[in-house]
Design a protein around this ligand. Structure first.
Ligand code: SD4
Length: 324
């Protein structure tokens, strides 16, 4: 009698436990929605259109993110990426980019000058060299040897902005606007594979040779095909200090949703730099293997664009730690 009551109790407890664990999974995870592409800031919306063409045709996420980020890279009006990017304090446009695929293959270029599409040079580094990173003159030499054209990236508008800056020549990053933005894009294709790309002209009026988080695998971008992908934007030095995108992906591996993971990474920055974090912007964007996604920033104003079969290329505002 005691035994059968106990057995019944155990059975009920096991049933309840599995009910609740399934239920908590169900509430955590949104429906699988591959393919999906998400990218940083408002200009991500236009970039998503190109990425979506690849994804909708059942192409690879890797091709989608490369083609997607080409849009702001090639747009002279975008003063934070590629052609027309704001220069360093010496007036030189220096670009940073990296790309990563579902096999943990990755490539990056740092402080690359004169090439409109650094993301494609990064992809060539990944595919054609035994290395992950090429920097500066070596990256340019490699690009030229691989058929990329040498161009002047400093547009009259960027040059004018730089000359105006020179009057005071004060380096002071402003949250969200004016002198920084980056496109980070992550995608899940219809074969359920993840890839990501991140490309920028970095912080405007930076010191010559300065490199931010964007081309650093694990900081500006990280992809783990078992778990998810993440990318970042904002003041790169603060992202590098916490290996931001890698941290987000590892938090997802531990069972956090992409949203929770982005929030925890932002809070890590606050914990490390409580005073500084009030004045700067950092935003994370993450995509889980199941199509769930999330974003979070230090300050209000961080936007991102999502495109999937269920979400017709929409710009969302990320929640933030500070209310502004
Ligand atoms: C950098 N993270 O170079 C880049 C800049 C950026 O929004 O994303 N700005 O630090």
């Amino acid at each position: 009698m005691i035994h059968s009551t106990r057995r019944r109790f155990l059975k009920t407890t096991a049933a309840l436990a599995s009910f609740f664990s399934l239920n908590s999974l169900a509430t955590k995870a949104k429906p699988v929605s591959a393919p999906i592409v998400i990218s940083t800031w408002n200009f991500g919306k236009e970039a998503n259109v190109e990425a979506w063409k690849v994804l909708a045709a059942k192409g690879r996420a890797l091709d989608a993110v490369e083609q997607g980020v080409w849009v702001p890279e090639g747009d002279p009006k975008e003063m934070s990426v590629g052609l027309g990017g704001l220069p360093d304090r010496d007036g030189r446009v220096t670009l940073d980019a990296c790309i990563m695929d579902e096999h943990a293959n990755c490539g990056a270029v740092l402080c690359l000058e004169h090439i409109v599409h650094p993301i494609s040079v990064a992809r060539k580094v990944m595919e054609k060299t035994p290395h992950v990173i090429l920097a500066g003159d070596g990256a340019l030499q490699f690009a030229l040897a691989n058929g990329f054209k040498k161009e002047n990236l400093l547009t009259p508008e960027s040059e004018k902005a730089w000359k105006a800056w020179l009057k005071e020549a004060k380096y002071k990053p402003v949250a969200n606007i004016e002198n920084h933005d980056t496109i980070g894009m992550v995608a899940l294709d219809s074969s359920q594979n993840l890839s990501g790309a991140c490309t920028t002209s970095g912080m405007a009026y930076k010191m010559r040779g300065r490199v931010g988080d964007s081309p650093i695998i694990g900081a500006g971008l990280f992809v783990d095909n078992e778990v998810g992908a993440a990318t970042s934007t904002g003041l790169g030095e603060e992202v590098i200090r916490i290996c931001g995108s890698h941290l987000v992906v590892e938090l997802m591996r531990q069972g956090n949703s992409p949203q929770e993971a982005c929030e925890k990474a932002v809070k890590r920055i606050v914990k490390n730099q409580p005073e500084k974090s009030k004045e700067i912007q950092v935003g994370f964007l993450a995509l889980g293997k199941n199509g769930d996604y999330g974003a979070y920033a230090l300050q209000p104003g961080f936007t991102y664009a999502v495109y999937s079969n269920e979400i017709p290329n929409t710009i969302f505002k990320a929640n933030s730690y500070y209310s502004g």
